[in-house]
Design a protein around this ligand. Sequence first.
Ligand SMILES: *[C@@H]1O[C@H](CO)[C@@H](O)[C@H](O)[C@H]1NC(C)=O
Ligand SMILES: *[C@@H]1O[C@H](CO)[C@@H](O)[C@H](O)[C@H]1NC(C)=O
Ligand SMILES: *[C@@H]1O[C@H](CO)[C@@H](O)[C@H](O)[C@H]1NC(C)=O
Ligand SMILES: *[C@@H]1O[C@H](CO)[C@@H](O)[C@H](O)[C@H]1NC(C)=O
Ligand SMILES: *[C@@H]1O[C@H](CO)[C@@H](O)[C@H](O)[C@H]1NC(C)=O
Ligand SMILES: *[C@@H]1O[C@H](CO)[C@@H](O)[C@H](O)[C@H]1NC(C)=O
Ligand SMILES: *[C@@H]1O[C@H](CO)[C@@H](O)[C@H](O)[C@H]1NC(C)=O
Ligand SMILES: *[C@@H]1O[C@H](CO)[C@@H](O)[C@H](O)[C@H]1NC(C)=O
Length: 811
Amino acid sequence: MNKMMPSFRVLYLYLLLLCFIESLTSQDTITQGNFIRDGETLVSSNGFFELGFFSPGSPTLRYLGIWYRKSPSTVFWVANRNISINNDNGKGLLRLNDQGVLLLLDAKNNTMWSSDNSSTTTRIKANNPFAQLLDTGNLVVKNDALDPVWQSFDYPCDTLMPGMKLGWDQETGLDKVLSSWKSSDDPSQGDYINKIDRKGYPQYFQLRGSKVMYRAGSWNGKTFTGLPNPNPDPLVTSDFVVNEKEVYFTSELRNNSIFSRFVLLSSGVAQRFDWVIQTSSWQVTSTASLLQCENYAFCGANSICNSSDNPVCKCLRGYEPKNFKEWNVSVWNSGCTRRVSLDCGGGDGFKLYTSIKLPDTSFSWYNTTMNLGECKKTCLQNCSCAAYSNLDIRGQGSGCLLWLGQLLDMRQFPEGGQDLNVRVPASEQDHFRNEGRGSIGKKTVAGIVVGCAIFVMSFMILGLTLIAWKRKLRNSGKEVMDIPIFDLSIITKATDNFSTINKLGEGGFGPVYKGTLEDGQELAVKRLSAKSGQGIEELKNEIVLIAKLQHRNLVKLLGCCIVEDEKLLIYEYMPNKSLDQFIFDVTRSNLLDWPNRWNIIHGIARGLVYLHIDSRLRIIHRDLKTSNILLDAYMNPKISDFGLARTFWDDQVDANTDKIVGTHGYMPPEYILHGRFSMKSDVFSFGVIVLEIVIGKKNRGFLDQEYGLNLLGHAWRLWIQGRPMELLDECLKESCNESEVIRCIHVGLLCVQQKVEDRPDMSTVVLMLNGEKLLPQPKVPGFYTADGDGLADSKHEISQNEISQTMLEGR
Ligand SMILES: *[C@@H]1O[C@H](CO)[C@@H](O)[C@H](O)[C@H]1NC(C)=O
Ligand SMILES: *[C@@H]1O[C@H](CO)[C@@H](O)[C@H](O)[C@H]1NC(C)=O
Ligand SMILES: *[C@@H]1O[C@H](CO)[C@@H](O)[C@H](O)[C@H]1NC(C)=O
Ligand SMILES: *[C@@H]1O[C@H](CO)[C@@H](O)[C@H](O)[C@H]1NC(C)=O
Ligand SMILES: *[C@@H]1O[C@H](CO)[C@@H](O)[C@H](O)[C@H]1NC(C)=O
Ligand SMILES: *[C@@H]1O[C@H](CO)[C@@H](O)[C@H](O)[C@H]1NC(C)=O
Ligand SMILES: *[C@@H]1O[C@H](CO)[C@@H](O)[C@H](O)[C@H]1NC(C)=O
Ligand SMILES: *[C@@H]1O[C@H](CO)[C@@H](O)[C@H](O)[C@H]1NC(C)=O
């Protein structure tokens, strides 16, 4: 027994030492004149948050940040987000100087970041300052009177934390905004901003540069009017404050041990993450939806967007489309104008709209104490007042909000939302529109019946919501994803262990297999081979987003299966395979007559408009080609492989990329020569596809012997010589409509123009195809010579005259 004693003592000493080290390393404070070095950290007293140096990407680039200790890759705040510290020849440190200013120094003592800059040195200097990492994750500098002199919560990065105030300090003019990272490994300021706008009645905006992309809207006492979630949030309480001193949004945790954060991702998608204690992981609890109606002012002025309706945009009562031509081809942004002008005397009335996302309040007026009756009266007194509503919907509702002029960015929600009273002239009021006074009795009866039905239905909806909610609670901890997760064994069986017999083809990201489930349902299974730089969680999040993209000209993603190295995406099966298998095949090309091809061209264009403009993800496809256009049983085109570009390449819209990924013959010159990719690159690929569909030949491999031109050059030559019909595929001669063919060739040539800025965007392409827009003369196409894709030629500018000259000489 005695022999054991020394080892116990050693153990005891060791434990003591451990405690000592622990108390040394887990300090939460830096005092005046002191510092922490790279490698050391501050830890908040509750142990949740840690401040220190980290590298999100390359290990030589160091940043100072605050992260969640249980998930160190979750960084909330970065001090030197725009300028990294080089870790090549030494280590950086964070020092608190005698004036209470935090300084971030690199190994050569250069100040890389400071909590104070020269223009604010007039502020009162702190006495005996210290910097502390609080239990909320806020890094504060305080002086001996314990007033915060500076706090990190005043300078948010991409994460809104409970306790932060997003918005304005009206006295100092400090505007606290969320701004996205450039990419997941670069914290410098990216493209997107979430902020509170103070114009009119304050509201929450998402901007890209200076352009409003999305508006969560104004605060109605419970929530932002653009987020009609009727259930109270189980984890956080939120509030919005408007007074002379401040205008801000803030939230608090209901239970401090269950953490939640709101992040503006570099793709511009905002997501809420809640920490799940049981699984020690983040769960995405809400994510922006990607409906067309979520785009700011999607339907233009004075119209309502209803995602479940067709058409999605409808003018308000008393208004009509400003531009019927555009409106008829689903181009909505010109909006609606008054059909009948207002009386502005006593005759005007109001039409009540329910479940509405209230319009943009930039041009609005409000009063917090008026009731709805006074509000209506005030609206009638001013001729430019177009609508009114309650300011606050709690209880009976209170306050008054009036809109002056146009009504922008309204939506109809399936449930939730708010009442909006829209001003209409006498002739548009309900009692004028429904003539026949005798029917009032019937109406009352009908009203009662409808009322009862609504009453019963609201109980049913309430019940369903509760059930759904309970189910969600039961599931929490496991993955709550919006798309089905397939079992690997089921997919293996369905594809006969990925047998080559079932292989449908090879896409840019891996092979595609046909699968048949036991119940007979057919699937297309894409087996991703590319090594994604992303973690599995990020990949899943991305796939959930992409699964939400729904359009009849996009292939539908049915689910996924991600097990370690095996990453499978499961799509609907397209019985007619891809477009290239028809148009380039001597016999099968006869199966696609001109009306079919015309329909296919339109469908591809609409799918691209959705990807580029209407969906909030704004996806550039990057590998559009005829083999990526699949055909359903009715020969409707569906674009495939969209969105993968986001997941597997980078997500910048105007990216400069080193590696060229894509398919020769479809890539525009600026991409091959300079690696520059934009939506206009997809437009180029679209133009190539259109010409291939009309001509029935592949751009790559086509050679006009006489002139040494490729398909684009050949098409352009015949175009400028006024012989476009000679391009048409023989098999279409009988079924074709000449003016449609010429328009397609014309639009195709506009899309493949050499200069990026000359190419139309996809919504203009749709208008052009519909004949709703005057078509300019196309200029020289991107690549037009057969050898080397015309690469050498396009390095210098070629004028239209030059090429016409060459061609004429060649004749
Ligand atoms: C980072 O740079 C952007 C401009 O690129 C600037 O607007 C922003 O204020 C900078 N942020 C910080 C914390 O210096
Ligand atoms: C940086 O500053 C510290 C303290 O002022 C000093 O001890 C150190 O030598 C300096 N290092 C360099 C590389 O100048
Ligand atoms: C630096 O000063 C300017 C002007 O007062 C202010 O807008 C900016 O936010 C300050 N930056 C920091 C990091 O304090
Ligand atoms: C907060 O959550 C923790 C963990 O779920 C629980 O143990 C605790 O009782 C909660 N506290 C309150 C006040 O609800
Ligand atoms: C929105 O669309 C749905 C589906 O067509 C319809 O039931 C609903 O009444 C529409 N709402 C409005 C205000 O038109
Ligand atoms: C738009 O469509 C409506 C209804 O289908 C039709 O009456 C009108 O003539 C069309 N207008 C134009 C300019 O095409
Ligand atoms: C709001 O309306 C009330 C009642 O009409 C009025 O007494 C008050 O002065 C108004 N406040 C403002 C700021 O206009
Ligand atoms: C209507 O309201 C606007 C904005 O408050 C104001 O500029 C205008 O003078 C008002 N017009 C009338 C007739 O009161």
